[in-house]
Design a protein around this ligand. Structure first.
Ligand code: NAD
Length: 444
């Protein structure tokens, strides 16, 4: 099938490349000229494991190509996928300007029937808005080539995006009343061989399903973080509690890790946008607000522990701290809303300096923070420790997981603040390291 994908970010590019890999013909459109120029050369502008090889392979097989011309994109695919960003607006609701721009672009030049498939995460009712925009542009043009709007939210995880797309848990398809999902069955047939993963529903339910999934996952994290804070006060170890509750098959072990808060481009904005949707439909979403509040509080938790260790915020001024992990999670360079950023900014406000290392997010950190004198990016994790007062860990990259006590001696004092509970507090103590983690009662 011929497919056009608008947006070549984490979702659009992975979608395009994976569809091409199974034999579809794909044209990707983006308004970012620099990105398209790099993609045309076979370069991947983001870090996503496996993506570069797959891209190169499909570019040379002639199954995927790139353009900045929306018109070319509209002329190409029977299926027009929208995978552009939906960042938060000032009031927390999803900003739909990019989605609506693409809808207008499609309507502005389509000549024959088109399926307009929305992959971006959008509030309930967006498909309706897309439909109206397309209708009004077509009316102005005085043409009626026919079209259908389909909701097809994406559930891939950054860091495992290729596997998630190739072997999805489910493929959600929302169709208008009276329409079937035959075209989507055909599109996704290569990903749907093992068992039928395609779930067809009405459009509003499909749109809400995406928010429900992210809000549920965020809720699990905030619940565990709240429990961790209780554990700290009552002298319990949240890691023991986690194992204890995970063994209950109704609860399970997935996604119940306490830590320094959730970040990334999805959970924070989607929890807020869902709360906004609830409010504008007349329902006060108490749980969703609490999930967000617990998270905002948790993101500053390591900083508070640091302040209390040193005897106040003022004491941090002029000191240097080492940071391991800048990305919001391992296997990605994405730093959008990352917990590291909350603490970096608090440290700078307090007059401290930071020496940081991340296996892949260094360029992204440079792009965000520029060359500030109080932010040094080091070439390896070891040199981040030199002359630093303490180590702060924000991302559970695999190469941080074994405590290397020789390396930790490069710190001025063996002092670690671990936002991901990577180490065994007993082992740290035995090796003379003062160790703060999240919810591990004995250290507080
Ligand atoms: P992104 O910011 O990485 O990429 C968006 C891309 O769209 C950018 O390259 C931008 O230049 C491009 N764009 C903007 N306007 C355009 C236009 N008019 N025509 C063509 N391209 C245009 O975003 P992302 O992380 O890929 O997310 C896209 C959507 O998917 C969002 O709604 C997000 O919530 C959702 N989503 C993201 C993830 C994830 O893990 N990142 C997972 C599932 C769903």
């Amino acid at each position: 099938m011929k497919v056009t994908v608008f947006g070549t970010g984490y979702v659009g590019l992975v979608t395009g490349v994976c569809l091409a890999e199974t034999g579809h013909q794909v044209l990707c459109v983006d308004i970012d000229e620099a990105k398209i120029a790099r993609l045309k050369k076979g370069e991947v502008p983001i870090y996503e494991p496996g993506l570069e090889n797959l891209l190169k392979h499909n570019v040379s097989a002639g199954r995927i190509s790139f353009t900045t011309s929306a018109k070319e994109g509209v002329a190409f695919g029977l299926i027009q996928m929208i995978a552009v960003g939906t960042p938060p607006d000032e009031d927390g609701s999803a900003d739909l300007q990019y989605v609506m721009n693409v809808a207008a672009d499609i309507a502005g030049s389509m000549q024959t029937y088109r399926y307009i498939v929305n992959k971006s995460t959008v509030p309930v009712g967006t498909a309706e808005k897309v439909r109206k925009t397309v209708e009004s542009v077509l009316e102005k043009r005085g043409v009626n080539p026919g079209f259908e709007v389909i909701s097809n939210p994406e559930f891939l995880k950054e860091g495992a995006a290729i596997t998630d797309f190739m072997r999805p848990d489910r493929i959600i398809v929302g169709v208008e009343a009276g329409k079937d999902a035959a075209v989507m069955r055909e599109l996704y047939a290569p990903f749907n061989r093992n068992r039928d993963r395609l779930m067809v529903m009405d459009i509003r339910s499909a749109e809400l399903t995406k928010y429900a999934a992210n809000a549920m996952l965020a809720t699990k994290i905030s619940f565990m973080n709240e429990l961790a804070r209780i554990a700290e006060r009552v002298g319990a170890d949240i890691e023991a509690v986690r194992h204890g509750i995970g063994s209950d098959s109704r609860i399970g072990y997935h996604f119940i890790y306490p830590g320094c808060g959730y970040g990334g481009s999805c959970f924070p904005k989607d929890v807020r946008a869902l709360a906004k949707t609830a409010e504008s439909s007349g329902y006060a979403p108490q749980l969703l607000h609490a999930v967000e509040q617990v998270n905002l509080n948790q993101k500053a938790h390591l900083f508070r522990l640091l302040c209390s260790h040193f005897g106040g915020k003022e004491a941090l001024s002029g000191k240097t701290f080492a940071v391991w992990g800048l990305a919001f999670k391992p296997e990605t360079d994405d730093m959008r809303d990352a917990p590291s950023r909350t603490v970096l900014e608090l440290l700078w406000q307090a007059g401290a300096r930071v020496q940081a290392y991340d296996p892949v997010a260094m360029n992204e950190a440079k792009r965000i923070y520029g060359n500030r004198p109080d932010f040094i990016l080091t070439g390896d994790k070891e040199s981040a420790l030199d002359n630093a007062e303490a180590l702060l860990i924000f991302t559970e990259w695999r190469n941080f997981r074994i405590p290397d006590f020789e390396t930790l001696k490069r710190l001025n004092n063996p002092l670690v603040f671990d936002g991901r509970n990577l180490y065994d507090p007993d082992l740290m103590e035995k090796n003379g390291v003062t160790y703060y983690a999240v919810g591990r009662g004995r250290t507080h």
